[in-house]
Design a protein around this ligand. Sequence first.
Ligand SMILES: [Zn+2]
Length: 164
Amino acid sequence: MTSIYNLRTGIGYDVHRLVPGRDLIIGGVKIDFHLGLLGHSDADVLLHAITDAILGASGLGDIGQLFPDSSADWKGANSLELLRYSHQKIQAAGFSIISLDSVVICDRPKLLPHVPAMKKNISDVLGLEVFRIGIKGKTSEKLGFVGAEEGIEAYATALLVSGS
Ligand SMILES: [Zn+2]
C-alpha cells in the first residue's frame, strides 16, 4: 500500500518573451499568432513549467541544470523531448506521476481551443491519462507585461509517488 510519505509535490514556473519572427508553441501545439516565444529551445513555456514541477517533486534539480542554455545540444529543441527525457530521469529514480495541473497566463491568442491537443501531447509523452492533466488558460486582465503582450507565463504543479 502506498504511504502518504511516498507522495511528493512539485511546482514549476516559466516565462518567455513574445517577439516577432518566432513560432508560438505552447503544450507542443503550434498556435497561429503574429508573435512567438523567444528562447534557446522552442520556448514552450507550459512544458517548461511542467518539466520543472516533476523535476522539483523528485528532487532532481531543474530544467536549467538538465538542459543548460549554454549547451548547443538543446538549441531549438522540441520541449516535448525535454519533458520525455526528464520523465525518464524521474522514472529511473523510482517516481511516477499521479497528476499535473497548470495555468498559462496569456491574453491573446485564446488557448482554450488548443487545450485538448496540448493534453494529448503531454499524455502521449508521459503515458499519463488525459484526466490526470490540468491545463487552464487565464488572462491578465491587460495588466503588466502579459497584458502588454511582451511575454507569456505559466505555472504548474505535479503530484508524484515514489517506490510503488
Ligand atoms: Zn522556458
